[in-house]
Design a protein around this ligand. Structure first.
Ligand SMILES: Nc1ncnc2c1ncn2[C@@H]1O[C@H](COP(=O)(O)OP(=O)(O)OP(=O)(O)O)[C@@H](O)[C@H]1O
Length: 709
């Protein structure tokens, strides 16, 4: 319980030192790596008045001032090319009622399925990508498609004046029956059907749609939705599907419709922001940056970075990695390590992780948020996915894509928590393994990395029982051993538990550490002295956290990790020390111990002779850790934390003790003062003494006695 409470409190204190800091970077400096060649911009802005019957379409009436505006005759440059609604309806529109359940569901989708309205862009872009994927599949399977010289791409146009957003693709398109089947019924997914037909064909992994609801998300932001579509099958007719989402839709034939689908959203007043290029660009980059086809927004390519996690390692350049890392992490540094990992068993996972070169928590910027985004089929599901990696791995940046992840309808949540835990276990294991390899491959680089990120791993040891043993293999600490330089002759200051064990003396059963404020204190400590004499290496821990880390690790393999101040250390020394010849006889020793116990009764619980070969007169043993004491004080500063009585061992051959033994009879007043001081000195050495001010009157008394001699 106490350990748990301490760990919690310690972590809070760590978190206060660390925290969430975001660095934003303009995306504009990213270079489009995939050439978007042969962009087919349609600058022919012929516009005809809508001859389509609108008697039942109140929304369309409402919007006539927007629709009937004739766009100015323009000769637009490529980069400014907006998409316009240039198609014209021919003949009379058929009116269709949505299926009964669709009407109700449509309301739910538009009002409450999604927490963020912006995701309608993700849904429509995903549909566009699916449509193009299907057209590509037709081509690959030698089916003819109409206008096969038209490039596969998604074009998006915003118009702040008309308050419209247009999303157009050059994909498979829909004929009249498909429009009715796909857009007249919620829950029917033409894409889902397509996947089923593909069977085991690997192309199915590129299809995003599965639920048959995404399209209707555009009613969250649009009061009228027009869908112009022309099937890619040669000789197809163009159609306009139109609805205000209130219960019916109309379908009419339309002229001027290109292969694929163009969706024109007439925005509701509360959604006018989606007529702004900047807003739309941000949303595309957030969710849809990695769909498999170029997205061109108002004439400018947007998705300029390739989804590196889906590509083979050898096809990616260093520069591309750097750009990708900076894009996903919104930072400017160069990552120290990267882990590109894919597996198909037991689950299909594609992942790419980067370990940054620095972190901001050390500047007291607050706790960082998780840095790994969860994708499903290249579409972003959760940007800062919690649970994919443990909390302490929040410094890792990257992407995990798994088509096996069961999503809920809105794609905002994952349905199977157990599955995420399984994915997480695979990923953590892989990252730790990679870091272990790196630590062997280039130890000095790894040491630099650990100097920066070691705190996170220590947090992991304390909070993540499952991985503590694996993490402990990576940790490095200073030790009293003289470490050989690295292979490239760089000096080394820290060592691993594994290396320590390889240097252990044959008689040594435990791993020893000492918690001290500095190396010089460690080297002069009476606790270290007997270990030094026996040539036994001791880890030197300089901060509170490390003491916790070691006590949480507990064991490394079959070796117990103990403090040099512990009972185990005491027992080891007692069993492995040459017997010293005592100057005093047993009766005298007993009398002295009795006297000192009485003289310093308020501080001594038990007085013993020491078996440690120390050069100091007394030592406190088997006491509570000074670190734990400090933690307890931090947790409850209002309480007075008195030092409990201690077990004190005396070096009965030490000249001070021998003199004290004489003085206890010849000069009992001075002897008592000296005994008190000797015990206080031992408490100081153990790090237990709290305020040395209370010692000053006694020291003055002692000085007086010495000077009066
Ligand atoms: N741009 C498009 N081009 C061609 N067909 C489309 C297009 N948009 C939608 N469709 C068809 O309409 C169907 C329904 O689309 P909707 O977005 O509602 O669901 P979905 O994409 O199948 O699944 P999900 O809800 O998981 O996104 C699609 O499966 C597809 O057959």
């Amino acid at each position: 319980m106490l350990r748990k409470a301490l760990n919690r409190s310690l972590l809070n204190s760590i978190s206060n030192r660390v925290g969430g800091f975001k660095v934003s970077q303009p995306f504009s400096n990213l270079i489009f790596n995939k050439s978007i060649s042969n962009l087919n911009f349609n600058n022919n802005y012929s516009f005809q008045l809508n001859r389509y019957s609108t008697e039942s379409n109140s929304a369309a009436k409402l919007n006539t001032n927007l629709d009937d505006e004739i766009p100015p005759e323009t000769n637009l440059a490529l980069g400014e090319d907006p998409i316009e609604e240039t198609e014209k309806v021919v003949g009379i529109a058929d009116k269709h009622q949505f299926q009964a359940e669709t009407q109700k569901l449509l309301h739910i989708v538009a009002e409450s399925l999604y927490t963020e309205r912006e995701v309608f862009i993700r849904e429509l872009v995903s549909n566009a990508s699916d449509a193009i994927e299907k057209a590509r599949h037709m081509q690959l399977t030698n089916q003819q498609i109409m206008n096969d010289d038209v490039p596969f791409e998604i074009r998006i146009g915003t118009d702040e004046d008309k308050k419209t957003l247009i999303i157009q693709d050059t994909g498979v398109g829909m004929n009249k029956e498909e429009l009715i089947r796909n857009l007249g019924r919620i829950g029917y997914s033409g894409s889902g059907d397509f996947i089923k037909k593909l069977g085991e064909n690997p192309d199915k992994a590129s299809i995003i749609g599965q639920f048959g609801v995404g399209f209707y998300s555009c009613f969250m932001v649009g009061h009228t939705i027009k869908v112009y579509s022309k099937s890619a099958a040669p000789g197809s007719t163009g159609y306009l599907w139109e609805s205000d989402g209130s219960g019916s839709y109309t379908i009419s034939e339309a002229d001027g419709v290109s292969r694929g689908t163009k969706i024109v959203i007439h925005l509701k007043p509360n959604s006018y922001e989606y007529a702004k290029k900047a807003t739309v660009e941000t949303v595309i980059k957030k969710y849809s940056n990695f769909v498999g086809f170029p997205i061109v927004l108002n004439g400018t390519p947007v998705n300029t970075i390739r989804p590196l996690w889906t590509l083979s390692k050898s096809s990616i350049t260093e520069e591309e990695h750097k750009q990708f890392y900076q894009f996903i992490s919104k930072s400017y540094d160069t990552p120290t390590y990267r882990i590109h990992f894919s597996t198909d068993t037991p689950l299909s996972i594609r992942s790419l992780f980067y370990i940054p070169s620095q972190h901001v928590e050390k500047y007291g910027m607050g706790r960082m948020e998780p840095g790994v985004a969860l994708f499903s089929r290249k579409v972003m599901i959760q940007q800062k996915a919690k649970g994919l990696l443990p909390e302490w791995m929040r410094f890792v940046r990257g992407v995990v894509d798994s088509e096996d992840i069961p999503l809920n309808l809105s794609r905002e949540h994952l349905q199977d928590n157990g599955l995420i835990q399984r994915i997480s276990a695979v990923l953590v294991k892989r990252i730790l393994k990679h870091l272990q390899d790196e630590s062997k491959r280039d130890p000095s680089r790894f040491e630099t990395f650990m100097n920066e990120f070691g705190g996170f791993f220590k947090e992991g040891v304390i909070t993540d029982f499952k991985w503590k043993d694996e993490i402990s293999k990576l940790l490095r600490f200073e030790s009293t051993a003289e470490l050989p330089p690295t292979e490239d002759l760089k000096p080394r200051t820290t060592t691993t538990l594994e290396e320590y064990v390889s240097r252990m003396k044959p008689e040594q059963t435990h791993i020893y550490y000492i918690t001290v404020p500095s190396k010089s204190v460690a080297l002069t400590s009476p606790y270290y002295e007997p270990f030094k004499a026996k040539g036994i290496e001791v880890f030197m821990l300089y901060n509170t956290l490390d003491d916790f880390v070691f006590s949480n690790i507990g064991h490394f393999g079959d070796k117990k990790i103990v403090s040099v101040e512990s009972k185990e250390a005491e027992e080891f020394l007692a069993a492995n020390q040459e017997k010293q010849t005592d100057t005093l006889d047993q009766a005298e020793v007993s009398a002295f111990l009795q006297w000192v116990s009485d003289a310093v009764g308020n501080k001594i619980a038990m007085a013993k002779t020491t078996s440690r070969a120390i050069s100091q007169p007394a030592i406190v043993v088997d006491h509570e850790s000074a670190t734990f004491r400090r933690m307890m004080k931090m947790m409850d500063p209002s309480k007075q934390h008195d030092i409990p009585k201690q077990q004190v061992e005396f070096n009965m051959n030490h000249p001070i003790i021998l003199k004290l033994n004489q003085a206890r009879q010849s000069n009992p007043t001075v002897a008592k003062l000296a005994a008190e001081q000797i015990v206080d000195n031992a408490l100081i050495t153990a790090g237990l003494y709290e305020d040395s001010r209370e010692m000053v009157p006694r020291l003055n008394q002692l000085l007086e006695q010495v000077l009066n001699k």
